[in-house]
Design a protein around this ligand. Structure first.
Ligand SMILES: [Zn+2]
Ligand SMILES: [Zn+2]
Ligand SMILES: [Zn+2]
Length: 215
């Protein structure tokens, strides 16, 4: 369980506001070790607080990213394509879908109290679309097709945990499941898809390591 950055009281997964000292915690970057904040503020404004965003430089070890963050609400703005790239560079690939884990994460991290609201793109000012990220990630992100994605505080860590639990493999997993179920008389029809997934993933990871050796 995460701890409050100010008083070290335990923070439940789905809240950023410490009930002991009232501090609002950055739930996302608490999990990211290496980051620095650029001295120059961004010219873009937070769509919620209307203050200038700051640019946070993150080194995930597998890539460098410049992400804009609001220092008041800890919302994050990612340029186009940057969310999947960041997840790729910060979460090790999952080889199997852990459905139970995904359900738990969505239950714990889901933002059930926040009212639905539409916000403007920090770049062009047009209303952003609300889009469910991935399949059943439980995270509804605000997206401008031209400029990028806004994540509220806590949504990045939610996506990271979801990816770690194999969330991105869900569409493939679900498409295959009914067929496997009919073919098998085993009381554990789930085992076949899991096995296939891990074999494919092994081939991919071997191929990747070969490629790394070549280049
Ligand atoms: Zn506190
Ligand atoms: Zn803000
Ligand atoms: Zn835009």
């Amino acid at each position: 369980m995460a701890l409050c950055s100010s008083c070290s009281a335990p923070l439940p997964a789905n809240t950023c506001l410490c009930s002991y000292c009232g501090t609002r915690n950055d739930m996302d970057f608490a999990a990211v070790n290496r980051f620095t904040i650029a001295r120059e503020p961004s010219r873009r404004l937070c769509p919620d607080c209307a203050i200038q965003l700051e640019t946070v430089k993150v080194d995930t070890g597998a890539g460098l990213f410049a992400i804009e963050r609001c220092r008041q609400c800890y919302g994050l703005f990612f340029d186009l394509g940057e969310v999947p790239a960041f997840l790729e560079a910060s979460v090790s690939p999952a080889f199997a879908v852990n459905l139970r884990k995904i359900a738990t994460i969505n239950e714990e991290r889901g933002n059930f109290n926040r009212p639905v609201r539409y916000i403007k793109c920090p770049e062009c000012g047009t209303m952003m679309n609300r889009v469910n990220y991935g399949t059943k990630s439980g995270v509804v992100v605000d997206q401008c097709k031209e400029h990028g994605i806004w994540l509220d505080n806590g949504e990045l860590i939610h996506l990271m945990e979801w990816k770690k639990a194999g969330g991105e493999l869900l569409p493939k997993h679900e498409a295959r499941e009914p067929k496997e179920y009919q073919r098998s008389n085993s009381p554990f029809p789930m085992t076949t898809p899991y096995l296939e997934t891990s074999i494919t993933a092994d081939v991919v990871s071997v191929a990747c390591s070969i490629l790394r050796d070549i280049f």
